[in-house]
Write a protein that binds this ligand. Structure first.
Ligand SMILES: Cc1cc2nc3c(=O)[nH]c(=O)nc-3n(C[C@H](O)[C@H](O)[C@H](O)COP(=O)(O)O)c2cc1C
Length: 253
């Protein structure tokens, strides 16, 4: 077992060689949607006969890579890693409950810090929450609820210092978008939970979250990004390929 209960391939598949472990690692990092399947497989596989395992692992890896190539063919071009990432990102609301490593959380939240901001004022800040009872309180602070926040292993509360600029909504939205993409790149499921202009139980959802987390009054909460290891696999939305073209206008509408 690795840091904070993370599995290492060698713990799970001690009978695989270095090249085979590298293949698994490659499939896992390039095809984040298979990560949950691997996690499930990890529970079942080691109990089976080793001689049947190796071919199954090979078949699984080739299928994952083939499905990725097939997806690229849909748009008739070979996609860059970023293009594939854009297509793979979906709102994921069901999580396994496994903790997210501190390194991964750090990578995800720091992506938000690289977002551009109006006049370079950087009014956006982030509160990372892992405490389960705080996650439940935050979920409850939105009157209609935020079930994915309660279900998540962590959440990033995206806030902005409103004294630093009138365009804080835009600034914080760009940062939240970066966070969603960074989560996908790390193979972590994420979902935007709207907080700005949403009612809470007594106050606004934003004010209730500020009270829970001790956030000063000059800040506003834009959204809470729930995070967790994926317990649902959503395919890329292939219909968007065409839809994006229909919504794009060159030179004039
Ligand atoms: C501004 C904004 C607000 C959203 N608010 C919520 C929300 O409060 N709760 C939720 O579960 N999803 C929320 N979402 C996620 C959308 O429902 C989701 O992006 C949309 O259905 C498209 O699905 P996809 O992200 O899987 O492509 C929000 C997304 C955006 C961009």
């Amino acid at each position: 077992m690795g840091h904070r209960g993370q599995m290492h391939w060698t713990d799970v598949f001690p009978y695989l060689g270095e090249a085979e472990i590298e293949m698994l690692q490659f499939v896992k990092t390039t095809q984040p949607f298979v990560q949950h399947t691997f996690r499930k497989a990890i529970v079942i596989l080691p109990r089976k006969n080793q001689s049947t395992m190796k071919p199954l692992i090979y078949i699984f890896c080739f299928m994952a890579l083939f499905s990725s190539c097939a997806n690229s063919q849909v748009v008739g071009e070979s996609l860059t890693q970023f293009g594939q990432l854009l297509r793979n990102r979906r709102s994921i609301r069901d999580y396994t409950g496994e903790p997210i490593s501190r390194d991964t959380l750090q990578r995800i939240v720091s992506a938000g810090g690289f977002a551009p901001s109006s006049y370079g004022q950087n009014p956006v800040e982030f509160v990372v929450v892992e405490d389960k009872s705080k996650l439940a309180d935050i979920a409850r602070s939105k009157r209609i609820g935020a079930p994915s926040v309660r279900a998540g292993s962590a959440a990033i509360v995206v806030i902005a210092d409103t004294s630093k600029g009138e365009l804080w909504v835009e600034d914080a939205s760009v940062a939240a978008g970066y966070i969603l993409l960074a989560a996908e790149e790390c193979g972590i499921g994420a979902c935007w939970n709207q907080i700005r202009d949403r009612a809470g139980q007594h106050l606004s959802a934003s004010d209730e979250i500020k009270a829970i987390l001790g956030i000063p009054s000059r800040y506003e909460v834009l959204c809470v990004v729930s995070l967790g290891h994926k317990a649902e696999n959503k395919p890329p939305r292939t219909e968007r390929e065409q839809n994006v073209q229909q919504r794009t206008h060159f030179e004039r509408f």
